[in-house]
Design a binder for this molecule. Structure first.
Ligand SMILES: [Mg+2]
Length: 262
């Protein structure tokens, strides 16, 4: 980060701080591209072998461990059933904490608009584009139809204009999301406010940048933080630029979890 003093070894500082006070420490991780490899059909994305066990083990020892994703809660619960793991779905619109599920008021308010957006996407001229309806949000995937990117952007703009939803670009996909202030940054800030110790976040996409930004702000107040970017073939440049540490795919995330577990 320009203008900020960073320790020479932010990872070593973070690891030492966590080891010294694990019950006060917080770790949040994205799902797709972070715990699970990116796949052509997002419906079949699964965590890397060993990832769920590592996250559950950390959750049993840290103050709090959360998976923070644009996916709906129901998808995340299917892969991470253990209630010790906090789940933040739809960028913060849905939360499961200590097994108890809550929903942000904006989610309920925008479900009808998202339903209309799904209809408009299905009625559109888009071909070979995946339409992922997530209840209170919608994603158009063009990973298997990359030539369709301009058409997807145009249709997303039209749907946004018709429904009031906002367009959020991501890896080879476009999200249509309620115009809410809730994002991974507010989710990260909430998690950090619940625990006094070190706070870390691991992510790989544009939607993760607000969480990195919150960590940067916490660092300026003296908090020990770690922002880790997971790189792969599709990682946007801004993500690695905002991070303290670059990890090579979900396997690199598992290595970090292992190091943090020592
Ligand atoms: Mg991701």
């Amino acid at each position: 980060m320009p203008g900020e003093e960073r320790p020479d070894d932010p990872v070593g500082v973070f690891v030492a701080a966590v080891r010294a006070n694990r019950p006060a420490s917080v770790l949040a991780l994205d799902f797709d591209g972070t715990l699970a490899e990116m796949v052509e059909d997002p419906a079949v994305a699964v965590p890397l072998p060993g990832a769920v066990a590592a996250v559950e083990r950390a959750a049993s020892r840290w103050g709090e461990v959360a998976v923070v994703s644009g996916r709906p809660l129901r998808f995340l619960e299917g892969h991470l059933p253990a209630p010790e793991v906090t789940l933040v779905g739809l960028y913060g619109l849905e939360i499961r904490r200590a097994g108890s599920v809550s929903e942000h008021p904006d989610a309920a308010a925008w479900r009808a608009a998202v339903g209309r957006a799904v209809e408009l996407a299905r009625e559109s001229s888009l071909e070979r584009v995946g339409i992922e309806s997530k209840g209170a949000s919608l994603t158009l995937h063009y990973r298997t139809a990359r030539d369709q990117a301009p058409a997807v952007e145009e249709v997303a703009r039209q749907i946004a204009a018709a429904t009031g939803l906002l367009v959020r670009p991501a890896k080879l996909s476009i999200e249509l999301h309620p115009p809410t202030s809730v994002d991974k940054g507010t989710a990260m800030a909430d998690l950090a406010s619940r625990h006094p110790g070190p706070v870390g976040f691991v992510g790989d996409d544009l939607g993760d940048l607000p969480a990195f930004g919150v960590l940067s702000g916490l660092r300026s107040t003296g908090r020990i933080t770690l922002a880790a970017a997971v790189i792969g073939a599709e990682t946007p440049a801004g993500v690695t630029a905002a991070a303290d540490l670059v990890l090579d795919g979900p396997a690199g995330v598992l290595d970090l979890l292992d190091r943090l577990d020592q």
